[in-house]
Design a protein around this ligand. Structure first.
Ligand SMILES: Cc1cc2nc3c(=O)[nH]c(=O)nc-3n(C[C@H](O)[C@H](O)[C@H](O)COP(=O)(O)O)c2cc1C
Length: 323
């Protein structure tokens, strides 16, 4: 996992990528993932429509920090021209590559023809990729599920059409949109996609440990692994996978130190008020398995500021029995 590979002409120093995560993979989260060893990161999905309308919040979401290369910025939309214009904006903002969302199962997105709905319309999906490729000099990649439903899925055909349209890599999650996150990811489908296309395939879905990463890579022949949910509250997973070592069991005290660092970065990015709200979902992720009392978790999640929430945690860590 520690050797490089390329997406188009972008070199990725290792084969463990932080997966795109809406509402999570902002600059602070991406920086943390890189610090812990991810070879590259991908942003949360950004609306192409909002980008072309010059929406300041979306422009900020699509603008990488100067020190975070290599990074992919993911956009979603359904119209080739809008996606091409948005791609040009993202390229100017400093992305190393642009990823197209063809996996989002959420109704609000699919009803506009974007996200996984594009998988039911491969001709349009290919037009969209070709228009983007023509508009920018950086690689355009696609993040896709196997299809909208298991019955209508044609993942190998779709991936081939997208690669022929110019996609420089495919990140593949083998569940159908209708399956959301049910069951387990069937990476025999990923293996068929790897076989079907000449571009690198990044496997996504249910990879939680270095052993699982190695198994998926060997069984599919994929170029890299994308890690999503396993990294929530557990950034150490990236380095462990790159090195092929067991994921370290962090002490509560070390976890609290990591969390404080992350809180600081998120406040710097979002401001104290928004960060405090955003962090409420992170606390259980970080503290799961540490025997952290429920009533203290409630205090953290209802605190007026993130600093107050951290005080609740650190007071507990300071108790002789806690760490
Ligand atoms: C909270 C959450 C947000 C997600 N947001 C995105 C997104 O914005 N774009 C995308 O392509 N996939 C998104 N995904 C899918 C993940 O990138 C990944 O493919 C999926 O979670 C399976 O991988 P995992 O088992 O490693 O989490 C999201 C998943 C989760 C759980």
């Amino acid at each position: 996992m520690a050797d490089p590979f390329a997406i188009g002409d972008v070199m990725i120093p290792n084969r463990i990528i932080q997966a795109p995560l809406a509402g999570i993979a902002n600059r602070a989260f991406r920086r943390q993932s890189r610090r812990h060893g991810a070879g590259a990161t991908v942003s949360e999905m950004v609306s192409a429509h909002a980008l072309v309308r010059d929406n300041p919040q979306s422009i900020a979401m699509a603008t990488p920090a100067e020190d975070e290369s290599p990074v992919g910025i993911q956009i979603f939309g359904a119209e080739p021209q809008v996606m091409a214009n948005a791609a040009a904006i993202v390229a100017d903002a400093g992305a190393d590559w642009i990823d197209v969302n063809m996996g989002c199962p959420v109704g609000k997105v699919c009803r506009t023809g974007a996200g996984s709905a594009l998988l039911d319309d491969p001709v349009r999906a290919a037009e969209l990729v070709a228009a983007m490729v023509a508009a920018v000099d950086i690689p355009v990649t696609v993040k896709m599920r196997r299809g909208m439903t298991p019955a209508t899925s044609r993942p190998t055909e779709t991936a081939r059409v997208l690669a022929d349209a110019g996609a420089a890599a495919i990140c593949f999650h083998p569940r159908a949109a209708a399956e959301e996150y049910a069951g387990s990811a069937d990476h025999t489908i990923t293996a068929a996609v790897v076989e079907a296309v000449d571009v690198p395939v990044i496997a996504s879905g249910d990879v939680r440990t270095p052993e699982e990463a190695a198994t998926v890579m060997e069984s599919t022949g994929c170029a890299a692994i994308a890690v999503g949910r396993a990294a929530l509250g557990n950034p150490w997973v990236f380095g462990a996978m790159v090195r092929g070592e067991a994921v370290p069991r962090m002490s509560l005290a070390d976890t609290a130190v990591e969390l404080r660092g992350y809180v600081g970065e998120l406040i710097a990015l979002q401001g104290a008020r928004r960060a405090n709200k955003d962090l409420r979902k992170f606390y259980p992720w970080y503290l799961a398995g540490h025997g952290f009392p429920d009533e203290r978790m409630r205090l953290m999640q209802t605190a007026d500021t993130a600093d107050e929430a951290l005080d609740v945690l650190e007071e507990w860590v300071g108790q002789p029995t806690a760490a």
